[in-house]
Design a protein around this ligand. Sequence first.
Ligand code: FE
Ligand code: FE
Ligand code: ZN
Length: 326
Amino acid sequence: MNNIYLYRNLDRFSFFLYNKDGDKMEIIIGSHVSFKSDDQLLGSLKEALSYGANTFMFYTGAPQNTKRCELNDNMTLEALKLMKENSIDLRNIIVHAPYIVNPANNANREFSINFLRQEIDRVERLGITKIVLHPGSHVGIGSEQGIKNIIDVLNATILSDTKVDICLETMAGKGSECGRTFEEIKKIIDGVVYKDKVKVCLDTCHINDAGYDLNEFDRIIDDFDNIIGIDKLACLHINDSKNIMGSHKDRHENIGFGQIGFNNLMKVLYHPKLKDIPKILETPYIAVDDKTKYPPYKFEIEMIRNKKINDNLLEDVKKYYEKKDS
Ligand code: FE
Ligand code: FE
Ligand code: ZN
């Protein structure tokens, strides 16, 4: 009963949240934020607002484990009200599944299925419509078998009444990662029964490291469209890369400070075909010393909105948060 009540409210809110004309031209940009048991979605939203973001992504608990707190529906409703006040559309908000879930390896089959089902329930209860999932690593059994396993887990997880979309993330090809090419992602989607509920999250650092040339992003988009279909693209992870194209490393760098570069990332961010897709920064925190590091997102979002690189990014971040701390 409680759940039905909440869903009615979520519908009511999302109706008001969607601003059909107002925000049309504005870039949908945010970052990874935290989700803590004591303030939950409300805390995540407030963190995103402190960065000047109009969307965000979070793990519903620690990314490296599956311990999850009890959801507090009142807190969710409070967050939805604050979203409405800030014209943030719930449908642009993303949850990232924990990266210890590895659907490519069947040793963990039951665990992956059970955890993903639980996570889908949690995400639906929050009213969120998109979960990003790493396809996983086959760890020696070969990518063909890995892909079969991924399909098997997705088919056991995505049911006819599943409301959220599972967004498979394009991977860098580190180790034995599956999903390093658009062809591999397409193969996975093709095997899923409810394939309308499988979408894609394109990560700029990962595709660079996988060997896609971001100097020619239009070509990448055409490839994506031909192989998977552009309508499947549901989320973008915007990261620079510490490593060169094809390095298969997966080490994110701050926007404009890596091998992809500011101009290439701007082309992704402002690509007319990607206008309505939420863009999420997962760039590294700026470390001051061993104990202290600060989030770069407020300043990276500013730089993206201004369409101009801030060469003093690192110093500005430190100055801003040091002042706040003192
Ligand atoms: Fe990811
Ligand atoms: Fe990513
Ligand atoms: Zn990554």
